[in-house]
Design a protein around this ligand. Sequence first.
Ligand SMILES: NC(=O)c1ccc[n+]([C@@H]2O[C@H](COP(=O)([O-])OP(=O)(O)OC[C@H]3O[C@@H](n4cnc5c(N)ncnc54)[C@H](OP(=O)(O)O)[C@@H]3O)[C@@H](O)[C@H]2O)c1
Length: 326
Amino acid sequence: MERILNWGLLSTAKINRALIKPLNASKRTRLLAVASRNISSAEAYAREWKIPRAHGSYEALLNDPEIDVIYNSLPNHLHAEWTIKALRAGKHVLCEKPFAVSLKEVDAMIAASKETGKVLAEAFMYRHHEQTIKVKEIVDSGELGTLQLIKGAFSFKLEREGNYRWMTEMGGGSIWDVGCYPISYARTIVGAEPVDVFGWQVTGEGGSDEVFVGQMRFKNDIHMQFDSSFRCPHRSYLEIVGSKGVLKISNPFKPGKTNTVQLIQEDKEKTINIRGGELYMGEVDDMCDAVLQGKSPRVSLADSRNNTAVILALLESAKSGKLVIV
Ligand SMILES: NC(=O)c1ccc[n+]([C@@H]2O[C@H](COP(=O)([O-])OP(=O)(O)OC[C@H]3O[C@@H](n4cnc5c(N)ncnc54)[C@H](OP(=O)(O)O)[C@@H]3O)[C@@H](O)[C@H]2O)c1
């Protein structure tokens, strides 16, 4: 029998709702506690979601000796600080995407994980889903021929007034929030890092990008183009183009239980049906495998570092108007 891992939610963030169901469903996890900056909001949240313990500060959660794993769902500018504190308090950490907003922070997070021997992984839930795994298999099988182009988008109308996503100093911006998905997906499909990138951005009052349009060039003449936005209606798609075929993924980043992707070869279109599990169960299971069985997390720390480096290079390009070598 494997040990049951006690999890604690670091904040009452909206995204927690996605984790609560798998944490309650898994036989290897118990959602034991939630922390908030304010005890009354922690208590109300704990009552609402039937979480046994409420802590009135983040420190109190890290000092709770029964907690094994922390789910860091804080705004992006706090990921590094609280992940490092949690690791040093002896906890394993599943940290929300984007991992952090500078390479200095990412390197400090990786160093803290190495020093403490505690597992650290970025919560890129789509990476664990059956659809993503199948898409990668199709591309790697050579069915599309030689990889040529990837195009993708992730946009939505951000209507949360005062939210950290609007503010540069809190790690806001559409590229950090949703552009990180097509960037990560393309890097995963190509299985390499881009050589150079170019980006354009439209910034808002908070200083962060509200629209980002980017390009990445990989070796062997593989190109990727994407956009992310807080100003456009919800769009989410990816198209992978090879010399012999095209794969169209209509729901790449938040796939569900039933999914279809279109494979187009010589004007013939085939629908591939892919059954998937609960989207957020993958990252919970992956974390349990890493902590309980010593497996390496699917999203490696090097991968998270490289995704951050590419986003920073794209932002630098958008500011300078120049091509940036990654
Ligand atoms: N993987 C996914 O599908 C997915 C989806 C959405 C978001 N995310 C990621 O999850 C993280 C949280 O996003 P969210 O939209 O859920 O966040 P949110 O609802 O805005 O909540 C963030 C929480 O952080 C805490 N916090 C601490 N300091 C804060 C500050 N200075 N300002 C505002 N909040 C502060 C607050 O909790 P207390 O008041 O309880 O302390 C707040 O509830 C982000 O990193 C985001 O990229 C991932």
